[in-house]
Design a protein. Structure first.
Length: 277
């Protein structure tokens, strides 16, 4: 009997590149950040999903206490013990994002004034460009209520996973798997040999935007969305500009000169008031 059901050889060897050391190096620039995970089993399952997709860096923000002592975490991780062993913990999201250039939050709601909301595949199309600027942080919220508004405000853009309307909820590890796979596929199929890190870190962008917002407030400028809203708009403008470290340093130099001028002006006004009194 002819074995017509046998899978053709070219299907067994799909036209995809092998995962090389270079791919692994680039994927190390992607970190998975879990905010407030409540169950050790979910942490373990996420570690397994990450390993399948070549991701190795897990950051936990205020995870369930004693998760490392839980058999459930290690059992669900299966062959991904190294991810759990190397996982780092942070007290808040800002700390977990230290060193990241691009921050992406998973959510159903971004709201007015926030960044774009993309499906995972569309996000992956932009990943090589993001990685060329530095490290990328994929942020996932709590199992029951996701990310808070303040936490979403720290993200440049959001990811929304389309689902059937009859049951739109995804388990945390499932959500990580979907997003991580699209990132993995983008890296191994787009040829990352041309990816070079040349950007500045996310905390540096935040520091500059906060300084400019505070400086403009000292001049009497009042934005309709307030100083915080204005700072967020500045932050996104800086991100889109792809500034270099030298550009950031120059901007700080300009800020310092303006600050010193305002300091002298304020001191002059104080002296004149004291003299008049």
């Amino acid at each position: 009997m002819e074995d017509s059901a046998r899978t053709p050889a070219h299907f067994l060897s799909p036209d995809l590149p092998f995962v090389t050391n270079r791919h692994a190096e680039v994927l190390r620039r992607v970190r998975v950040v879990l905010v407030g995970p409540k169950y050790p089993g979910n942490i373990g399952s996420v570690a397994r999903a990450m390993t399948v997709c070549g991701l190795t860096r897990m950051h936990l923000v205020n995870p369930v206490p004693s998760w490392r002592e839980s058999d459930e975490a290690w059992t669900f991780a299966c062959g991904s013990r190294s991810v759990l062993e190397q996982a780092t913990e942070a007290r808040n999201l800002e700390e977990a994002l230290c060193g990241a250039t691009t921050v992406i939050g998973t959510t159903h709601r971004m709201g007015r004034g926030r960044g774009p909301l993309l499906p995972p595949r569309k996000l992956a199309e932009h990943l090589p460009e993001m990685l060329s600027k530095g490290e990328v942080a994929l942020v996932f919220g709590r199992e029951d209520k996701g990310l808070s508004n303040d936490e979403l405000a720290l993200c440049q853009m959001g990811v929304h996973i389309p689902t059937a309307s009859t049951y739109p909820s995804l388990n945390l590890s499932h959500a990580v798997m979907v997003v991580a796979y699209e990132c993995f596929y983008a890296v191994v199929t787009t040829g990352d040999e041309n990816v070079h890190v040349s950007g500045v870190s996310y905390p540096e962008i935040v520091a500059l935007s906060e300084r400019i917002a505070h400086l403009t407030a000292r001049t009497g400028f009042r934005h309709r969305r307030g100083e915080v809203g204005f700072e967020r708009s500045l932050r996104r403008a800086i991100e889109r500009s792809s500034l270099s470290a030298r550009d950031i340093a120059l901007a700080h130099l300009v800020c310092r000169q303006v600050e010193q001028y305002i300091d002298r002006l304020e001191e002059q006004i104080r002296n004149e008031r004291e003299t008049s009194n």
